[in-house]
Design a protein around this ligand. Structure first.
Ligand code: BDR
Ligand code: CA
Length: 319
C-alpha cells in the first residue's frame, strides 16, 4: 500500500532553462504530465539574454494557462566567461515562430539561485529532480554557495553534451556545455545522480512533416505554437545538418522522466574540457571504459523517436 502510494506520487522537479523553442516544448510537456509536479522555473542566460529567457518562460506558462508556476530570473552571464547566445537558431526573441502576447504574470522577486537553495533545504532530502536544459550557471552557483544542498538533490536529468555526435556550436562542443564549461564541471563533479541527454539522443529525435502536422492538428493554441516553433527552427537545422528534420532537444529530458524505457545509455565517467585549444566545452564520455575513472553519469545514446513523438503529442493534447 505504502509502495503503491509512493509510485503514484508525482515527481517534484525544477526546470532550469533558457527558452528557446525546444525549452518551451519541454516545459509544456512537464505541465501536461500528471506524473510531474513542476515546483518552479529558473531562467538562465543562454539561447538569448536573461531578460528574454525569463520573459519567455512566463509566456510559456501563460500559454499553458499556468500563471501559478513561479518563474525566477537567475544568472545573466556564465561564471567566468562572456555570454555566447544563439539567436541564429532561435530568432531574436528566442521564441520566434509565432506571435504570443507579452506575459502579464509577474516575475518572482527572489533570485533563481536563492529559490534553488531554499527549496532544496525545505523539501525532504532526495525528493527533488533538477532538470537543467540550458547552460549550468544557476545550478553550479547554487552548489557553490550552499554545498549542503548537493546531497539533498534526488537526481539531475540534463540536456547537454555529446560523444559520438561531438558538437553543434563548435566541432567539439554542444551549446549548453560550451556556454559555461566551468559551471558544467562543477555539476558533473558534484556527486549527484546524473542523467545526461546528449546530442547523441536528440539527433535521433528529429521532426518530420507528419510529426509537426500532428501538433498542428491538435487544433489548440498550444498545438499551433509548438507546430510554429518547430517549423521555425527546422529550417535552420535542416540546412545545417542536411537532415530531413530538426532535433527537438530539451523535451527528451522530460520524456526520460516519464518513460525511461524509451531510452538506452551507459553509466560512464564524463569529464568536461574547460581549457582545450580546440575542444573547450567538450563532454569527454568514457563510453568504452578505457580511462579507469569512476562513472559519474548515465550517458544516454538511444531513443525510440516514434514513441517519443507519440508521447509528446498525446500529452500536449491535454493542455
Ligand atoms: C541545446 O542548446 C539550445 O540551443 C537548445 O535549447 C538546447 O538546450 C542544444 O544544444
Ligand atoms: Ca535549452
Amino acid at each position: 500500500m505504502v509502495r503503491a502510494e509512493k509510485m503514484m506520487r508525482a515527481e517534484k522537479i525544477i526546470i532550469d532553462t533558457d527558452p528557446g523553442q525546444d525549452d518551451a516544448v519541454a516545459i509544456l510537456l512537464a505541465l501536461a504530465s500528471p506524473e510531474i509536479e513542476l515546483l518552479g522555473i529558473t531562467a538562465v542566460a543562454g539561447n538569448v539574454p536573461l531578460d528574454l529567457t525569463e520573459r519567455n518562460a512566463r509566456m510559456i506558462c501563460e500559454l499553458a494557462g499556468r500563471r501559478d508556476i513561479p518563474v525566477f530570473a537567475g544568472a545573466a552571464a556564465p561564471l567566468s566567461r562572456k555570454l555566447v547566445t544563439a539567436e541564429y537558431v532561435h530568432g531574436k526573441t528566442g521564441l520566434d515562430g509565432i506571435a504570443l502576447p507579452e506575459p502579464t504574470m509577474p516575475l518572482q522577486a527572489a533570485h533563481a539561485v536563492d529559490f534553488l537553495i531554499e527549496t532544496l533545504r525545505r523539501e525532504p532530502p532526495g525528493s527533488i529532480t533538477l532538470v537543467p536544459i540550458g547552460p549550468l550557471t544557476n545550478i553550479a552557483s547554487a552548489f557553490t554557495r550552499a554545498p549542503d544542498i548537493v546531497a539533498r538533490v534526488g537526481r539531475i536529468v540534463l540536456m547537454g553534451g555529446a560523444y559520438f555526435e561531438v558538437g553543434n556550436v563548435t566541432p567539439a562542443a554542444e551549446f549548453n556545455i560550451y556556454v559555461d564549461p566551468e559551471a558544467a564541471e562543477i555539476v558533473f563533479r558534484a556527486g549527484v545522480p546524473l542523467v545526461v541527454v546528449p546530442l547523441d539522443v536528440t539527433h535521433k529525435a528529429l521532426t518530420t512533416r507528419s510529426r509537426i502536422e500532428a501538433f498542428r492538428a491538435l487544433g489548440t493554441p498550444v498545438g499551433a505554437a509548438v507546430a510554429s516553433w518547430t517549423d521555425f527552427f527546422e529550417r535552420f537545422d535542416m540546412a545545417k545538418y542536411g537532415s530531413e528534420g530538426a532535433p527537438l532537444h530539451d523535451p527528451c529530458t522530460i520524456a526520460y522522466i516519464l518513460r525511461p524505457d524509451l531510452f538506452t545509455g551507459r553509466h560512464v565517467n564524463v569529464e568536461i574540457e574547460t581549457s582545450g585549444r580546440l575542444t573547450t566545452g567538450m563532454t569527454v564520455a568514457d563510453w568504452w571504459g578505457v580511462s579507469g575513472r569512476a562513472p559519474n553519469a548515465t550517458f544516454l545514446g538511444g531513443i525510440d523517436a516514434g514513441a517519443f513523438y507519440g508521447l509528446l503529442t498525446e500529452r500536449l493534447a491535454r493542455l
